[in-house]
Design a protein around this ligand. Structure first.
Ligand SMILES: Nc1ncnc2c1ncn2[C@@H]1O[C@H](COP(=O)(O)OP(=O)(O)OP(=O)(O)O)[C@@H](O)[C@H]1O
Length: 586
């Protein structure tokens, strides 16, 4: 019930249009009833050959209702669909707005195919709710009351029978259909979402599936899920078939009852004989108002399940709440990032991922963060980008604590190059513009040139308009990283966060890229997360992380001389490089 009320809340700006659509729908049914009624009247009376004059009213009626029904139906569809599409657009924007602050912290437990299904499929499912569940029942009430009253003018019992038939069809059968739908509608939405998530995962991992010859097993899994979906669909179709059959039976049964009550009236001379045909046709035509209600009721559980799935995500509170009245950072010549005693524990974990971290960064300063896997290096970047809120300590930008700043404002201070930069399935230009949407062509070419991609761009068929493929698959690993560097350059951010930007590159490419990066970002403050200890003598400070804590810090030479953890890591790496080929030693 809460879900229904919340869904109705989205209709608020459209109530006027919804009312118009209800009235138009009822008027269309009335026009249909009028058309069939006057036609029956015309045919039945014409059979008695009364001459043309007495038939004039019916002839005009047929023309009037025939034309008005078509016009009204057109207007009704126009209004209801326009409300519906505007509503769905509003829902999509609302859902996207709710989704955005939840990335990445709150969405990490969801499969991407599932989120996709919610954003697209579940919202589309709600189309049924607004088109079929809201307006038609209200029109049906108007038609039931109107036709009950009109037929009741002949004899009140006839009115009661017709209204009773319409009520049983629209109300009783809808309840039955809802009961059937309740059993299968929600399960159907869930199963369809599972199938979707599975399919997205399979498509993303298709190359590995083929490489490991797992096509047969995957096909079996998909067939299994598809069978589950079609089994549910079969149950739903059987249910709607049953309800449709009952509706036809009910309309005919109502007709029999009407005739059973009306025939004695004809015999008694209280009703002219030809009016029997009119009554019969009016009865059947009135059912148009309720025919579609059970189907809508059957789909209602699915609609509610879809709504619940949307609300489940939209109701989550973001991992970071921006202040209601955010401050700005003071404009200074040299921006400064300060991290003091920073401590953070991931939800549901007991041990902190970071403990008591201290450092500062300003333009021109370079810091490397090294340490074994799981030490907390990437977590530090996530906190700097305000993806999570920290538990203790403070991060300050130009002296203002993160808790006083808006996340978007904070992120404007950082350019990021990660180990696996995400390239959109779009053109080179679109992939670059994400860092600065208003960048001129000149700025784009400059960024490409400084990132060392000029020759690569020249070789592309359409230059900046060339498509980079899904996840940038038309680019080599090095080209992808350089494109990410070009993005960071375009962002013009004062601080650059490098999260293993050379992962996956061979040693020579790695060292080349790192040198390019340091050269390009010599005026920015750089925080570099790395496993590989290369170019360490260029660093102003090296932080050695272990179990979320800084266990050593200093420059390369001091740390080597200290003979501690860093020195151990360095010696181990030198041995590996020596064994791989002395020319790789740095
Ligand atoms: N989103 C998350 N939710 C829960 N725990 C996480 C999450 N991300 C990381 N962790 C945990 O936090 C700790 C630090 O992880 P982090 O990714 O920061 O390490 P790292 O030093 O960057 O490792 P690597 O070098 O392998 O990337 C690990 O124990 C990890 O399992």
């Amino acid at each position: 019930m809460r879900a229904i009320l919340r869904l109705l809340g989205f209709l608020k700006p459209f109530w006027g249009w919804v009312t118009l659509s209800v009235l138009l729908n009822a008027a269309t049914v009335f026009a249909g009833v009028g058309l069939l009624g006057t036609s029956a009247d015309l045919i039945a009376r014409a059979a008695l050959q009364p001459g043309i004059a007495p038939l004039q009213v019916s002839i005009v009626g047929v023309r009037f209702f025939g034309i008005s029904r078509a016009v009204l139906r057109y207007l009704e569809r126009l209004v209801s669909h326009s409300v519906n599409f505007r509503l769905l657009a509003q829902l999509r924007v609302w859902f996207y707005r709710r989704l955005e602050p939840l990335v990445p912290a709150r969405l990490q437990d969801y499969r991407s195919g599932d989120v996709l299904q919610r954003a697209i499929g579940d919202i589309e499912t709600l189309e049924n709710f607004y088109v079929r569940v809201i307006a038609p029942p209200l029109s049906a009430i108007l038609v039931t009351v109107g036709m009950g009253w009109f037929v009741g003018l002949v004899d009140w019992r006839l009115g009661m029978v017709l209204a009773g038939g319409l009520l049983t069809g629209g109300g009783g059968l809808s309840l039955l259909a809802y009961w059937i739908g309740q059993k299968w509608g929600g399960v159907y939405v869930q199963q369809r979402a599972l199938l979707n998530a599975e399919m997205v995962g399979i498509i993303q991992g298709l190359a590995d599936i083929v490489a490991y010859s797992q096509e047969g097993r995957i096909k079996g899994d998909v067939e299994f899920s598809l069978t589950a979906v079609s089994r549910i669909q079969r149950h739903m179709v059987l249910g709607s078939g049953l309800v449709n059959g009952l509706m036809t039976f009910l309309s005919n049964f109502t007709l029999v009852l009407v005739l059973w009550l009306a025939i004695p009236l004809v015999n008694a001379g209280a009703l002219e004989g030809y009016r029997l045909a009119v009554l019969a046709v009016l009865t059947l035509a009135s059912f148009e108002a309720v025919n579609s209600l059970p189907q809508a009721a059957q789909l209602l559980s699915g609609n509610l399940e879809s709504a619940k799935r949307l609300f489940e995500i939209s109701d989550q509170s973001p991992a970071v709440n921006d202040p209601i009245d955010p401050q700005g950072t003071p404009a200074v010549e040299y921006p400064r990032l300060e991290v003091n005693k920073l401590t953070f524990t991931y939800p549901e974990l007991t041990l902190p991922a970071l403990r008591g971290i201290d450092f500062w960064l300003s333009p021109g300063r370079k810091i490397a963060v090294v340490g074994e896997s799981g030490a907390g290096k990437s977590t530090l970047i996530q906190l700097l980008l305000r993806f999570w809120d920290y538990d203790e300590g403070e991060i300050r930008l130009n002296g203002v604590g993160y808790q006083h700043l808006d996340s978007t404002h904070i992120r404007g201070y950082f350019g990021v190059v990660s180990a696996t930069p995400y390239l959109f399935s779009a053109t080179v230009r679109q992939n670059l513009l994400i860092a600065r949407p208003d960048a001129s062509d000149e700025a784009l070419y400059h960024a490409i040139q400084t990132a060392g991609l000029t020759e690569w761009l020249k070789a592309l068929p359409d230059g900046l308009e060339s498509w980079v493929g899904e996840h940038g698959q038309f680019l080599s690993g090095g080209e992808r990283q350089r494109l990410a560097v070009a993005r960071a350059l375009l962002s013009q951010a004062p601080f650059i966060l490098l999260d293993e930007p050379t992962a996956g590159l061979d040693s020579l490419n790695e060292i080349q890229l790192i040198r390019t990066i340091f050269d390009l970002f010599r005026e920015q403050g750089v925080l570099w997360i790395t496993h590989r200890l290369i170019e360490m003598d260029q660093m102003d400070e090296i932080l050695v992380l272990q179990n979320g804590q800084i266990v050593e810090r200093g420059n390369h030479h001091r740390l080597l001389a200290a003979g501690g953890v860093y020195s151990g890591l360095w010696q181990a790496q030198q041995r590996v490089l020596w064994n791989s080929g002395p020319q790789l030693l740095i």
